[in-house]
Design a protein around this ligand. Sequence first.
Ligand code: ZN
Length: 93
Amino acid sequence: MTDETAPPSDCQQALENLYLFLDHELPERSWDDIHAHIADCAPCLTAFDVERIVKELVARSCREKAPDVLRAKVVTSIRTSIVVRTTDPGTDA
Ligand SMILES: [Zn+2]
């Protein structure tokens, strides 16, 4: 019995923690666990890169504080695309 594919719940948890970490709601050391998963998981790595880019763009255009509405919209669209990707079988048999 081998574990060739990571359970989706791992990705879900990793991304949840990622968002919390980016919001400074998780301690710095939690990053080790998050990064350990992301470094080995392409979908999560993609999501992380997108999130980081968005954060930088928002930080640049509004240095004071990111509008919650904009942020929520972006995060929702990212999550939607992740769900679509992970649930898409990718093959038509
Ligand atoms: Zn993952």
